[in-house]
Design a protein around this ligand. Structure first.
Ligand code: NAP
Length: 291
């Protein structure tokens, strides 16, 4: 079985490396070739375009940044979807909104290609360790076919429902993540302004039921002002935007999402786009004027 992988950013690079380590032969493509260079070997073969890659593979994984980019790489010039063979499967691991995933599923049906939306929960370190959780939407038989790959790249997969339902679950997860990170940043800034030291705040807050467990993993980043990206802040803002799109489509109101999304947008505008999500704390702390 020939496997294709497109998208070698923070997450895709780690996921593809795990597939290669498990012995799978891969055909690979990324907009920026240098990011793949160290992985290329007899077993991991570079293709010059996404379309060239797609002609040869049975299963294609994509790990791209936004719905716009997934659209462009799949259906733009040299896009892979028209080139995929009938009966092959596209597994999109990018975080996108569910209505977008359903649209991709329809396009796939038109081309005789199977489609799974399979975004992941877990960041750079779980990706490197092969400990992601896949949230999968699509046909159960296709999910079964892809199980060996999910097992190599992740510790678990959850078949949430039909197409779009994996992306739907991911929207919920990242809404909670973005709001929890922001709430923790506000708590830290308030505590420090009242004269409580960072270490005291960490010691009291981390592990308390009021704080999301993820914050324990961000302690060193906040303690050392090290915002090198694990989960880029710009993608958290994108995910809150996509959650807001979902809310509009569903006719529900999510005021917190929209307000907090704009705070991440301000941080992005001020140069924190490619920093880790935890940089929202540094952004808040440095501001002299009220938001
Ligand atoms: N990082 C995390 O913790 C995390 C966790 C779970 C889910 N996610 C989601 O996973 C996806 C990837 O995240 P990431 O952190 O790996 O992002 P990233 O490091 O920024 O990588 C983004 C990927 O998209 C490609 N790309 C961007 N714009 C493009 C364009 N116009 N045309 C072609 N390719 C383009 C990039 O290619 P180049 O290499 O050429 O730039 C790269 O391969 C996102 O949807 C993100 O929300 C991330």
């Amino acid at each position: 079985m020939k496997i294709g992988f497109i998208g070698f950013g923070i997450m895709g690079s780690a996921m593809a490396a795990n597939l290669a380590s498990a012995g799978f032969r891969l055909l690979v493509y990324n907009r920026t070739r240098e990011k793949v260079q160290s992985l290329i070997s007899d077993q991991v073969v570079w293709k010059d375009t996404a379309a060239e890659l797609a002609k040869e593979v049975d299963i294609l994984f994509t790990m791209l940044s936004t719905p716009e980019v997934v659209s462009e790489v799949s259906g733009g010039e040299n896009g892979f979807l028209p080139a995929m063979r009938k009966g092959s499967i596209w597994v999109d691991c990018s975080t996108v909104n569910p209505s977008f995933s359903r649209r991709m599923a329809e396009l796939c049906r038109d081309h005789g290609v199977g489609f799974l939306d399979a975004p992941v929960s877990g960041s750079k370190i779980p990706a490197l360790k092969g400990e992601l959780v896949f949230l999968v939407g699509g046909d159960a038989e296709l999910v079964k076919t892809c199980e060996p790959f999910f097992e190599v790249m992740g510790k678990k997969y959850v078949h949430v429902g039909g197409n779009g339902m994996g992306s739907a679950m991911k929207m919920v997860v990242n809404l909670l993540l973005g709001e929890a990170m922001y709430a923790f940043a506000e708590g830290m800034v308030l505590g420090e302004s009242l004269g409580i030291g960072k270490d005291m705040l960490f010691d009291v807050l981390l592990g308390s039921p009021a704080v999301a467990p993820l914050m324990t993993l961000k302690r060193d980043k906040l303690a050392n002002d090290d915002y090198s990206p694990e989960f880029p802040l710009q993608w958290q803002q994108k995910d809150l935007h996509l959650a807001s799109v979902c809310a509009f489509e569903q006719g529900i109101s999510l005021p917190g999402v929209n307000a907090i999304k704009e705070i991440y947008a301000l941080a992005k505008q001020q140069g924190w786009a490619q920093s880790d999500i935890s940089a929202i704390y540094a952004f808040l702390k440095q501001r002299k004027d009220p938001l």
